[in-house]
Write a protein that binds this ligand. Structure first.
Ligand SMILES: [Zn+2]
Length: 472
């Protein structure tokens, strides 16, 4: 959960507006975090040749679905709500809802039905797995209220059937109370300072935050789940942005050896600012151990049914029935990654599946409206943006020399010149002519096409040196 939706969106927009003001004059690369660049450094950038541009993968628009507050079996916010209420001594109505009437479980049969739908529709994205959900139990040890067999079966379902289509990320350790890493128990103090989703990170160093992220990642690792990124609950890291970026880089590398760690922390549900990912803290690009971390934002509000099963915004806010309006349409038409968002609590909605029905309608409308979408996990978007920003491109006549710190499938270049014959991709001793296709939307790795006076080429970019030779 975050705060009630409107509050959350407002908080995020407020923050962005403030940071844009203070960032005046700062050199900023494109991306949603443009206003945040002064607090999270972008790091190194390679030189780029004139007339060569990295365009969207396969000349399509990345889309994805980001799901928060999910985990195995536990209906997180049923247990989180009384803990949030406790912090404010009952003074906030939003935390006094009828949680006792909510089911304790979001069952695996629903998880399976949801995932089967996603796989069938081609939907990909990010799915949080809170490792010690609301202090109920640790996924790597014991989940009181369920048998060990049930926990093992749930982890197996996530590992085998979900992981191919979703990035699994911890949404911190508990999403509620801060855990003392020395004891594994929550701290005794019950204030916003000791809640993961409020103030705990304020004033903390990258090392302190990194140790906390590593603890969360390690539980998932010990439970047999892969994770190459982080989701922050509510306000976690919001007032410690450079530390949060560095902490994500350190923790993901140390626990899983992740090559390109990514994190999700903000939604930009309206407005014209870019919602593209931001590649941060890039270093060592020419060496054997390049580093960076990618900030991947969402572009909608939760218009499914929220963290607390209230106020569904409805499908129209994502995309209207005629396909002409809605936030997803706006962002897709701009050509930027359109990663929509919902909370698992409201997607299940105590068995009424209200959010799920909204998502099904949204995806149906997206597919009826657009023929140029490419569903991607957050990690795939992160890798593409890292390759787009960090690959060195040098041009000598009709040859583009590439030096790539990271490999990238579907890497797609636009050369502002005609190539009457097939471009040749040369990697080491291997030289392959690309196959011509008749239109940009037909591009797949290993193909090229003409686009007016320009040439588009799509190929699996190899880590290290390669070159693309255009013919004239
Ligand atoms: Zn959350």
């Amino acid at each position: 959960m975050k705060h009630r939706l409107n509050t959350r969106e407002l908080t995020r927009r407020d923050f962005l507006a403030r940071s844009l003001k203070t960032a005046a004059g700062a050199a900023v690369l494109g991306g949603a975090g443009a206003g945040l660049a002064q607090v999270a450094p972008s790091g190194e950038r390679p030189p780029r040749a004139e007339g060569v541009t990295v365009i969207n993968p396969r000349s399509r628009v990345p889309v994805g679905l980001i799901i928060d507050d999910s985990t195995c079996l536990v209906n997180l916010n049923r247990f989180a709500m009384p803990q949030f209420n406790e912090v404010y001594l009952g003074a906030k109505e939003v935390y006094r809802r009828n949680w006792r009437e909510w089911p304790v479980e979001i069952p695996d049969r629903f998880l399976r039905a949801f995932n089967d739908w996603a796989v069938g529709a081609g939907v990909r994205g990010k799915f949080s797995i809170v490792p010690f959900p609301a202090c109920v139990g640790r996924l790597d040890r014991e989940l009181p209220g369920w048998t060990r067999g049930e926990l093992a079966a749930s982890l197996k379902l996530v590992r085998e059937e979900m992981a191919p289509h979703w990035d699994l990320t911890p949404e911190m350790v508990t999403h509620t109370r801060v855990i003392d890493l020395k004891t594994g128990h929550p701290y005794p103090e019950i204030t916003p300072k000791f809640m993961e989703n409020w103030e705990w990170t304020t004033g903390k160093s990258a090392d302190e935050i990194g140790a906390y992220l590593a603890y969360a990642l390690q539980i998932l690792k010990d439970a047999g789940l892969p994770a190459d990124g982080i989701t922050t609950p509510g306000g976690f890291g919001k007032k410690a942005r450079p530390q949060m970026a560095q902490a994500t880089l350190q923790a993901c590398r140390s626990v899983f050896g992740t090559e390109i760690p990514h994190y999700f922390t903000d939604l930009f549900s309206e407005g014209n600012q870019s919602v593209a990912p931001v590649v941060q803290n890039a270093s060592g690009l020419d060496g054997p151990d390049p580093r960076c971390v990618v900030y991947v934002p969402g572009c909608t509000g939760d218009w499914t049914a929220g963290w607390d099963c209230t106020n569904p915004g409805g499908a129209d806010k994502f995309i209207t029935a005629d396909g002409k309006g809605g936030r997803m349409v706006e962002v897709i038409q701009r050509g930027e990654p359109a990663l929509m968002f919902g909370h698992w609590t409201g997607i299940y909605f105590n068995g009424y599946e209200i959010g799920f029905k909204i998502l099904q309608e949204v995806v149906k409308r997206l597919h009826a409206t657009f023929d140029n979408l490419l569903w991607m996990k957050n990690s795939e978007v992160a890798r593409y943006w890292a390759a787009k920003e960090l690959t060195r491109l040098e041009r000598a006549g009709n040859t583009v020399k590439l030096h790539a710190p990271y490999a990238c499938p579907d890497f797609t270049l636009r050369l502002a010149a005609r190539s009457p014959k097939p471009p040749v991709l040369r990697t080491g001793a291997d030289a392959k002519p690309l196959t011509e296709v008749t239109a940009p939307l037909k591009l797949t790795p290993g193909t090229w096409c003409r686009d007016g006076d320009a040439t588009l080429a799509c190929f699996a970019l190899a880590k290290g040196a390669s070159q693309l030779e255009f013919q004239n």
